[in-house]
Write a protein that binds this ligand. Sequence first.
Ligand SMILES: Cc1cc2nc3c(=O)[nH]c(=O)nc-3n(C[C@H](O)[C@H](O)[C@H](O)COP(=O)(O)O)c2cc1C
Length: 368
Amino acid sequence: MSNAANAIFTKIDINGLTLRNRFALAPMTRVSATADGKATEEMKSYYERFAKGGFSLLITEGLYTDKAWSQGYIHQPGISDDAQALSWRPVVEAAHKHGGRVFAQIMHSGALSYANGYREGTVGPSAIKPKGTQSESYYGKDEFLTPRAMTDEEIADAVDGFADSAQRAIEVAGFDGIELHGANGYLIDQFLTDFSNERTDHWGGSTERRVEFLLAVFKAVRAKVGDAIPLGARISQGKTNYYYHKWQGREADAEIIFGALADVGADFIHVTEFEAWQPAFEGGSESLAALAHRFAPHIPIIANGSLHDLVRAEEMIDQGMGLVAIGRGALANPDLPRRAEATLDLVEFDPGLLVPVANLKARELEMA
Ligand SMILES: Cc1cc2nc3c(=O)[nH]c(=O)nc-3n(C[C@H](O)[C@H](O)[C@H](O)COP(=O)(O)O)c2cc1C
């Protein structure tokens, strides 16, 4: 496939931050933090491998934002206080040492929370039980709870949780940027999605209203971190508990959602689908990444989904996407960018890595 002359190996700038190539590590929850949500020495070694292996940008696993209802999983890392934030400093410094940059992905699980050390029960936009079942890979074994519908005050508190976490991520941990987790069925996506948001107030109804929570979070975070910090959001149609969801408004919804992110000043948009190149909607031709690029033309798009197929990855860059984010392919090949540059074969991902639980495995750390 590739050699160093290809666009995928060229630099890109995100709001003044220069990334050495177009390969990003996709965010992956590995439920390996301490019980009180701190990053560990093992996690430092794990993340460091990707920077050493040539990834220009590492996006962390989703970090919970507050000590109310944001935590999703046992051993999920958080960024809800300074001690948790400080535990990420060595991770960021290790990545910097190898020329990598690191964005904190901040997330609130809402109705999809499996386990929360701070509060009983779950909350969401509406009292609707999530589809599907919990995954054993994240210590899940039960049905989802039916969440309680959030009050206006709880919505405001959740927004503040994102904003304060983002500030800690920058000022205490030293992260290079922030990704809001607006995808995969978590709280921001619960607001965005028709079947989990039946509110009739400011936060529900039309797509324009369902996107309001994302925009409120974005603006609150921007106010705390300032204009100079790279700030963007991850968006998907599918959910971890319901992969096949499609936006009912199709391209019109894409225009509202991606257009709103462009208008509010997002520095990047990260779009994920199972196979990033597939048409987003039945009978359509453009992928979700292509639609994001069309409706937010001046913003780097990070495309994700089975792009360890490097021919597809290069096509994404050639079509104008800013970066490709690689998940499973990176777990199998922490040095994927270096391998691609040297035209070496890639190791196939072994799903056994994530069972019985998706925590870090000794064999991964041996690859450090
Ligand atoms: C073990 C694992 C954990 C994941 N955790 C997260 C997460 O914390 N945040 C997120 O946005 N996506 C998460 N994802 C989704 C990935 O970022 C990515 O979208 C998915 O793996 C598809 O990309 P790939 O085909 O390159 O693997 C996770 C995926 C895996 C395999």
